[in-house]
Ligand binder design. Structure first.
Ligand code: ARG
Length: 460
């Protein structure tokens, strides 16, 4: 019995007894790291090809290994692979199956390799692929926002500070703010991808190997431009995981803010847009309800992704060099963050084009007192000090509010009672369209400026 148990696991030669089942279950990563199987196999094939090239495998052995690994990949993909927790992790599970399938050559695959550099490679390969996917999803969300912005360069809406109506802007300008944010997010993922694409095999357990492996050949085969420069760093470095998680946390925070804004806009209080049925949820009690659960959950999942980042940093914080099993905790953080972020990006890219905007309500909310700064700046252009202009317009606002009117109701005569500097052309300041059109400053909301920015963004 003991003997059989020992045989089930490849690496228990020095043990007289099997592990307690509870220990086996607690220490295993197989239940979650099986997600790495394709990358583990890809890395192993590259390793085997290199072993053959440097003479540590016969060409026939290498071919048997590659064919066996491909067969295992098919088995796992087809759900025919028998996972056994005794294997601990996906690396040993695949290696054990390979030996069962092809016998002796399979026992040579792990030459010059440790699971410590193997798992570092798998994570780098996996993240490299996933980062490309995330970057593509960001591009889709940006493209969706840009398409809507193109149609709404002249759609006036209120801009807010402190969630109080502040100054008129346009829907295009508002949406492009998110496009800028997401552009920085994409840059962060690209930088993370560059630091991820470094090949660690050859580091062994921590101190390299006495065998003359060709590390650069493995790197080339896997499409990595660089190899790790220090074997101890190679097996204990998870900075690339932190890079990904920190970019993911910030992106998810951006998506959370975006979701919150759509939630506000689609409330009866704002009424700027209507949520399409396809993206809304009902209430179990209130028949009239149309709830934005999807958006609330994208907002809510930012807590989870921020948590993944903090958890990973905490795992790393006290670790001495080199490999420690604590590092096994990196996988679920990465998977969890990806599982929140990718659907959020995808769903928002689908939801934005489906939103129906009520541009009339937006326009109506953008006039009135949101034009007070324009009036003050008019006085500045007539020679007033800004502080004086601010005070004069403040008095106009106070009086207008008290009279139950709004700035758009005022005549030149009303304005001139407060300052003789107001001319007939001051009335034009009191239209939101004019206010926006005059904000041609670089980075501003004027349609002409926004169109220019749209062109610049389109060129990249
Ligand atoms: N399952 C491990 C991980 O995920 C692989 C490396 C294990 N190495 C070891 N010596 N226990 O990190």
């Amino acid at each position: 019995m003991k003997g059989r148990r020992r045989q089930k696991n490849l690496i228990r030669g020095r043990f007289a007894h099997g592990r307690l089942p509870e220990v086996e279950a607690f220490t295993a990563s197989l239940p979650f790291d099986r997600r790495l199987f394709r990358h583990d196999i890809r890395g192993s094939i590259a390793h085997a090809q290199m072993l053959a090239k440097v003479g540590l495998l016969k060409a026939s052995e290498m071919r048997a290994i590659a064919a066996g690994l491909e067969r295992i990949e098919n088995e796992i993909e087809g759900g025919r692979f028998k996972f056994d927790i005794a294997d601990e992790d996906i690396h040993l599970a695949i290696e054990r199956r390979l030996i069962a399938l092809i016998g002796e050559p399979g026992r040579k695959l792990h030459t010059g390799r440790s699971r410590n550099d193997q798992v570092a490679l798998d994570m780098r390969l996996y993240l490299r692929d996933e980062l490309a996917g995330v970057i593509a999803l960001i591009a889709e969300l940006r493209a969706a926002l840009i398409r809507i912005a193109r149609r709404h360069v002249a759609t006036i809406m209120p801009g807010y500070t402190h969630l109080q109506r502040a100054q008129p802007v346009t829907l295009a300008h508002h949406l492009l703010a998110y496009v800028e944010m997401l552009g920085r997010d994409r840059e962060r993922f690209e930088q993370a991808a560059a630091r991820t694409a470094v090949m660690p095999l050859g580091a062994g357990a921590l101190a390299g190997t006495t065998l003359r492996l060709d590390r650069r050949m493995v790197a080339r085969a896997l499409g990595f431009k660089a190899i790790t420069a220090n074997s101890m760093d190679a097996v204990s470095d998870r900075d690339f995981v932190v890079d990904f998680l920190s970019a993911a946390a910030l992106t998810q925070v951006h998506l959370s803010r975006m979701s919150e804004e759509i939630i506000l806009w689609t409330s009866a209080e704002f009424g700027f847009a209507a949520l399409p049925d396809e993206f809304s949820t009902g209430s179990s009690m209130m028949p009239q309800k149309k709830n934005p659960d999807l958006l609330e959950l994208i907002r809510g999942k930012s807590g989870r992704v921020i948590g993944d980042l903090v958890a990973m940093l905490t795992v790393l914080k006290g670790l001495p060099l080199a490999y420690n099993s604590d590092l096994q905790e990196d996988k679920e953080r990465v998977f969890d963050a990806l599982d929140a972020l990718k659907p959020a990006l995808d769903l928002l890219a689908k939801l934005w084009p489906a939103l129906r905007f009520d541009t009339g309500r937006m326009r109506a909310a953008a006039g009135g007192f949101a034009l007070a700064t324009d009036l003050a700046e008019y006085l500045v252009s007539r020679g007033s000090a800004f502080r004086q202009a601010h005070e004069i317009v403040g008095a106009i606002v106070r009086e207008t509010v008290a009279a139950g009117r709004t700035l758009e109701d005022l005549s030149v005569a009303d304005l001139r009672r407060h300052s003789s500097a107001f001319g007939a052309d001051a009335i034009a300041m009191l239209r939101a369209e004019n206010s926006v059109a005059r904000r041609t400053i670089e980075g501003g909301p004027a349609p002409s400026t926004v169109k220019r920015r749209l062109k610049e963004i389109g060129r990249r």
